[in-house]
Design a protein around this ligand. Structure first.
Ligand SMILES: [Zn+2]
Length: 134
């Protein structure tokens, strides 16, 4: 049985530029609707490394809400969170984002999706984590 890390000390999230570009392209393509993707990755001590993106099953895209049926996903601890877009331009999680969060990290890309300032990542408590692009 594997042990869950201490989420309270998790403070940095690493993502490759290529994966981030893919997220940005996706957000731009569906704008002004929201997009949502599942993040797959690895967790070690106080940091998270995002390694893959998955298209969620039966994703719904709306102007103010992106959801999917998380019960259709396999039990898989490598699914560490989600990324979704905020066409409004605000890179902060809404209360609904925090309440309905799947996994442990919530990444948000905000319009105009052009640079790193439009990208932010949070833990379940809504605390901003450091995003490091590699
Ligand atoms: Zn949101």
């Amino acid at each position: 049985m594997s042990q869950w890390p201490d989420w309270n000390i998790m403070n940095a999230v690493f993502i490759e530029k290529e994966i981030l570009n893919h997220i940005i392209q996706n957000a731009t393509a569906v704008h002004p609707r929201e997009m949502i993707l599942i993040l797959r990755g690895k967790i070690s001590k106080d940091q998270v490394t995002i390694t893959d993106l998955l298209v969620p099953p039966l994703a719904t895209h709306g102007r103010s809400f992106s959801g999917f049926r998380s019960h259709m996903l396999p039990m898989d601890f490598s699914l560490i969170g989600t990324v979704h877009s905020h066409p409004s331009g605000v890179a902060k999680p809404s209360l609904a984002d925090l309440h309905y969060a799947f996994g442990r990290i919530i990444m948000i890309v905000a319009f105009p999706y052009t640079n790193e300032e439009n990208v932010a990542v949070y833990n379940h408590s809504g605390e901003k984590l450091t995003l490091k692009i590699t």
